[in-house]
Design a protein around this ligand. Sequence first.
Ligand code: BES
Ligand code: MN
Ligand code: ZN
Length: 497
Amino acid sequence: MDYSIETRPIEILSCDCIIIGVYQNQQLIPSGTALSDNLQKLTTKVFKRGDLSGKIGETVMLNVVPGSGVERLLLVGLGENKPLSAKNYRKILAAAIANLKKPAIKSVACSLTDIAVENCNLAWKVRQIVEVFNDAVYQFTALKSDKETESKLQHVTIAVAESDLGEAKQGLVQGIAIAEGVNFAKQLADLPGNICTPTYLAEQAAELTKNYLEISVHVLEESDMTTLGMGSFLSVSRGSRQPAKLIVMEYQGDEIRAKPVVLVGKGLTFDSGGISLKPGLGMDEMKYDMCGGAAVMGALLAAAKMQLPINIVGLIPSSENMPDGDANKPGDIVTSMSGKTIEVLNTDAEGRLILCDTLTYAEKFHPDIVIDLATLTGACLVALGRVPSGLLGNDDDLCNALIKAGEAACDSVWRLPLWEEYQEQLKSNFADLANIGGKDAGTITAACFLSHFTKNYRWAHLDIAGTAWRSGQNKGATGRPVPLLSQYLIDRVNEKH
Ligand code: BES
Ligand code: MN
Ligand code: ZN
């Protein structure tokens, strides 16, 4: 789908459908009033008939518009005539695009940038149009024989005033970059475990370098990890026939000596639980245990597309967690790269085992800050549901910056405490650390475990177990937290300049 900005009046654009907003008091947005004298009369009629009340997200499609050259008109309810919340703005966009999945509609013009949104500028609105529309038309058809998609939408024209052109273009560039990063992450995540293996993930990372010259990739093999002493990471992959990979991606947008942001993403391409085998129901969803890794790739792609003047390192430890004869057994003790020994009391707490060695490896890049993202604990779903990602970290400034970025990007996070009292739960009788902390506060004890390996830099951890994909009928990857990470990187660049 392509997106463009248009400053000419919306009525002279030729397209299959125009989207117009209307408030509960029957007031049209300014571009609607300009459209035709008839339109207000028409809208009043629609209201009178009871087909529209103007509630937020309500829609009516007029597929004949007498007295104008317009092909179709989609009226979208905007609620009360006052500035909308960011969330309601997104709701309206989602409602609009849901009505445009008809084969006859190939191009639309959208002037919903006219609407006032609390604390949000035009660039943000343009960006949200691109992101929400992009999300809605995504379909995973790679493995279906019939690739027919429900949407034929090709062109989206975003109408703005002449004087707003510069700002709109900036929003467009960001929106397109983030949308592409999100799509990339979703496509990878929706692939099944038998196709998206650690080797495949590494190949896809390498593939990115073809289109983005500022990105370079190299991959550490198991033999390299043995040399580095990554006994914890390797203990997980021993249970699987697929060789593990540690994918190292570097995006250089700044001068070489500028300290990088290091993003670490859990890339477990299938988590069966290992010998501590998971129950069968819903186990297929554990193909999504690589969503952290996919989001790291998506964020690097977005940064490269925006050409952000910043250095970023992406580290993706990738493995399967399977119950082979050589797999970790409960009670096994492994030695991490840091030298700390770990008692593997539950082989299903494998994410932290591959992350800890990667977090130690991250020191090599002299990071300014490190953010890891992982589908780490089912407990995060219990605590926070599927709305925000869990956030924990050892640096308040970093955590606050991520909270702020999450709000702006509508990809929210909620901070949980990383207090030392919880460390008690990770004590082992036989090793330096246990890999599980009992049934209480599972998300926190998982982060406590990681904190033993992040002492030498400022660090934040995002538990994306509840946000990286949807279950049930709409099962599918969300691409989160690519928008959040992209926003954080944009904010950093803006602060520096
Ligand atoms: N990948 C899972 C976490 C997960 C489970 C994410 C369900 C989303 C939905 C992780 O590797 C895991 O199995 N964690 C265990 C930890 C426990 C053994 C301490 C969990 O959450 O049950
Ligand atoms: Mn697990
Ligand atoms: Zn896992």
